[in-house]
Ligand binder design. Structure first.
Ligand code: PRP
Ligand code: URA
Length: 207
């Protein structure tokens, strides 16, 4: 499935604020919230719909409603920063959680927490994480969520590296990948260049 890079003017403006090393936690979080809403709008634009019979104050009509339940899955920790914005746009979304931590030396991700609502098989699962670096965390998260029954999965990240995009496209060709922007490369520590640093630390003030 194709990778989409949004390249949206307002998102790029807010992302530049987030990238600035002098931006404090609260401003970082506020901008991530706002970007999440903009991304949720873009990502949901072509969701499948079914007809719904209603009566307007004027006459009966066939309207539309979402065909499938949406399950939003933040990859802990930093993915949590995208949840509020998405929920504001899709208030009926249910939320699953998956905790993936990169081993700082091997960069190999390990699952340390998982909790999902029922109905993964029939839902549209939107996995969110601000950063797609080596792609290891997201690829492992997708594998684990598929193993629990999910079939229709989208991965939404703010900043991606070409290395991570390649991993997702190769490991999960059936998953739609949506990025706000594609950066240049990874550095020797697996950080995205130019990137925005450690998203979890900047979001939660733990650096
Ligand atoms: C960050 C980020 C992604 C992952 C991306 O999480 O939020 O989940 O790194 O890197 P990868 O593509 O190379 O796997 P991290 O492991 O730092 O955990 P945290 O969110 O708890 O800080
Ligand atoms: N995780 C982050 O938070 N930032 C990066 O640049 C890479 C992985």
């Amino acid at each position: 499935m194709a990778t989409t890079i949004l390249n949206h003017a307002l998102i790029d403006h807010k992302l530049t604020i987030m990238r600035d090393k002098d931006t404090k936690t609260i401003v970082f979080k506020d901008n991530l919230d706002e970007i999440a809403m903009l991304m949720a709008y873009e990502v949901t634009k072509e969701l499948p719909l079914v007809d719904k019979e209603i009566v307007t104050p004027i006459c009966p009509m066939i309207g539309k409603e979402l065909k499938k339940q949406i399950i939003l899955v933040p990859i802990l920790r930093a993915g949590i920063g995208l949840v509020d914005g998405f929920r504001r746009i899709i208030p009926t979304a249910k939320i699953g959680h998956i905790g993936m931590a990169r081993n700082e030396e091997t960069l190999i991700p390990e699952e340390y927490y998982a909790k999902f609502p029922s109905g993964l098989e029939d839902s549209i699962v939107i996995i969110v994480d601000p950063m797609l670096a080596t792609g290891g965390s997201a690829s492992a998260a997708i594998t684990n969520i598929k193993a629990r029954g999910a079939k229709d999965i989208r991965l939404v990240c703010l900043v991606g590296a070409p290395e991570g995009v390649k991993v997702i496209e190769e490991d999960h060709p059936d998953v739609e990948l949506i990025l706000a922007t594609l950066d240049e490369k990874l550095n020797e520590k697996g950080y995205i260049v130019p990137g925005l640093g450690d998203a979890g630390d900047r979001l939660f003030g733990t650096d």
